[in-house]
Design a protein. Structure first.
Length: 100
């Protein structure tokens, strides 16, 4: 019974991650279409920001799967840093697009 519960929870988690990635990718596509329709520096920064956020979501999902095994604390910290960089860049670009 416990194995079935764990399997179901992992399936739900996978669906949630796919939904999150789909939503972030959808925002990236919409911002790219807006940029193509009316090219401006603000929309360009917004598109790049959403692209990095989408990349961060994908990297986080992949790294979570890779780091489930036995890894040293230093490797775990490196993985977490690698997850964070795309989000920092993405949100910085969104900030710039809204601030200008």
């Amino acid at each position: 019974m416990a194995d079935l519960t764990i399997w179901a929870a992992q399936g739900v988690l996978m669906l949630l991650r796919l939904t999150l990635f789909g939503l972030s990718l959808g925002l990236t596509v919409i911002s790219f279409q807006a940029y193509r329709k009316r090219p401006s520096e603000r929309l360009q920064y917004a598109f790049v920001g959403f692209a990095f956020i989408s990349m961060g979501v994908a990297v986080t999902s992949v790294i979570t799967q890779l780091s489930t095994g036995q890894t040293s604390p230093l490797v775990g910290i490196f993985f977490q840093m690698a997850e964070t960089f795309p989000f920092i860049i993405g949100f910085t670009m969104l900030y710039v697009s809204l601030y200008r």
